[in-house]
Design a protein around this ligand. Structure first.
Ligand code: IPM
Ligand code: MN
Length: 352
């Protein structure tokens, strides 16, 4: 297969983990005889510094003309504590999602047996937890009408039936292919937008009789996620709730540095780690490359290259089992660098 991939390393630890992700993809494509081409683009603070735009037209063209985008992270502290900054790195990511029509963000939370003791939760609570959070990505408060002055400010949590239907369809289909349990997370006891979500979900549930659909308020879901994560199979929720719940979900596995994600919709799909740019670690070669490398596995699965993806997953698992990991997992002792972990995984791929 021929694959043309747009690589957007972005900010902070982005470039370091991006390199390891690219190396792993290259290794697996070499092994299976696929012809993969990587083209690099700028995004986020790096793009603001270079051309004054966090998602330049040239980067957009590159994404549009590629089969997939392999994205890392954006964000820089010089913007975080400056509420009056007009241009922000995060706008680059939001513009990319909107322009590429990526309304569905798939965030799988899985646990690794050898990592259970690393979780902030008790091993017996999380052992076997395995769920998907499907986050709506181009609507809600992120993109609704906004107003900002010194005296007042608002964001509008706007959703149309069309936007709700298309994301719920994705969720019902994932649930049908998995353990056939869908939890629709909303705040229908307070929010009008949530009531429309619930209404549409109830209408659609009739067409998926094989799926057990339940409804949960987001505050309750936040609690249930840490109390009984095995309850969940597929969660679907709006943009803002999904943002928050997936950060919560990501630490269940023991390190945020392990979880990949895929964003899909009408345009080129984007594959990216769920963690951010961790600016404090920039250039230190200590960030965990695994979320990025597993994003590569999700990318391959998107193109039905399941054997290839499974080799990446096996390599990652083997590295964790061998204890060959970055300090987020090993602590200060016996840790390995970002590039050493990436290299270990590449060599595993080459040998198996
Ligand atoms: C994420 C991130 C982004 C979001 C930021 C960087 C804009 O937190 O992908 O979850 O809020 O969607
Ligand atoms: Mn987030």
């Amino acid at each position: 297969m021929d694959l043309k991939i747009a690589v957007l390393p972005g900010d902070g630890i982005g470039p370091e983990i991006s390199t390891q992700g690219v190396n792993a993809l290259q290794a697996v494509c070499d092994k299976f005889g696929h012809n993969v081409m990587f083209d690099f683009g700028i995004v986020g603070a790096a793009a603001i510094d270079a051309v004054g735009d966090p998602f330049p037209e040239k980067t957009y063209q590159l994404c549009r003309d590629s089969d997939a985008v392999f994205f890392s992270a954006v964000g820089d502290p010089k913007y975080d504590n400056n509420p009056s900054a007009k241009i922000r790195p995060e706008q680059g990511l939001l513009a990319m999602r909107k322009k590429l029509g990526l309304f569905a963000n798939i965030r799988p939370v899985e646990t690794f047996k050898c990592m259970l003791h690393k979780s902030p939760l008790k091993a017996e609570i999380i052992d076997g937890a395995d769920f998907l959070c499907i986050r709506e990505l181009t609507g809600g408060m992120y993109f609704g009408k906004k107003y900002e002055s010194d005296a007042e400010a608002y964001d509008t949590n706007h959703y149309t039936r069309h936007e709700i239907e298309r994301i719920l369809k994705v969720a019902f289909e994932y649930a049908s292919r998995r353990r056939r349990h869908l939890t629709v997370v909303d705040k229908a006891n307070v929010l009008a937008s949530s009531r429309l979500w619930r209404k549409v979900a109830q209408e659609m549930a009739v067409d998926y009789p094989e799926v057990v659909t339940d409804y949960m308020f987001v505050d309750n879901a936040a609690m249930k996620l840490i109390q009984d994560p095995r309850f969940f199979d597929v969660i679907v929720t709006e943009n803002t709730f999904g943002d928050i719940l997936t950060d919560e979900g990501s630490v269940i596995s023991g390190s945020m540095g392990l979880l990949p994600s895929a964003s899909t919709g009408s345009g080129t799909p984007v594959f990216e780690p769920i963690h951010g740019s961790w600016p404090e670690a920039k250039g230190k070669n200590i960030a965990n490359p695994i979320a990025q490398i597993l994003s590569g596995a999700m990318l391959l699965e998107y193109f039905n290259l399941t054997e290839e993806a499974s080799l990446i997953r096996r390599a990652v698992k083997a590295s964790l089992e061998a204890g060959f990991s970055t300090p987020d997992i090993t602590g200060d002792r016996h840790h390995h660098s970002t590039s050493a972990v990436g290299q270990w995984i590449v060599e595993y791929i080459q040998r198996h």
